[in-house]
Design a protein around this ligand. Structure first.
Ligand code: SF4
Length: 79
């Protein structure tokens, strides 16, 4: 079983999930503000990338930002 204990410390617990599925960077700002103060941001981002989650704000990044981050990480691994 996968360790998801980090989710217990998620800053978004109890926050309206709709906030995290807004379209576009401007609409995602309230969610990104929540993530900015989240103690498990890194674990959340790693989880989203390793599970190919392509919708919503995870780990303090929008889906677009996350795709760019994943691409940069993959390039860094091969260079
Ligand atoms: S980084 Fe954002 S989406 Fe991820 S657990 Fe923290 S508050 Fe929730």
């Amino acid at each position: 079983m996968e360790d998801q204990d980090w989710a217990d410390q998620a800053r978004c617990r109890g926050v309206d999930p709709e906030l995290f599925f807004a379209r576009g960077l401007h609409e995602a700002r309230p969610a990104l503000k929540v993530c900015a103060r989240c103690p498990v941001k890194d674990q959340c981002l790693t989880y989203a990338i390793s599970h190919d989650i392509d919708h919503g704000v995870w780990g303090g990044l929008t889906e677009r930002q996350r795709r760019a981050f994943a691409r940069r990480s993959a390039l860094a691994r091969v260079s």
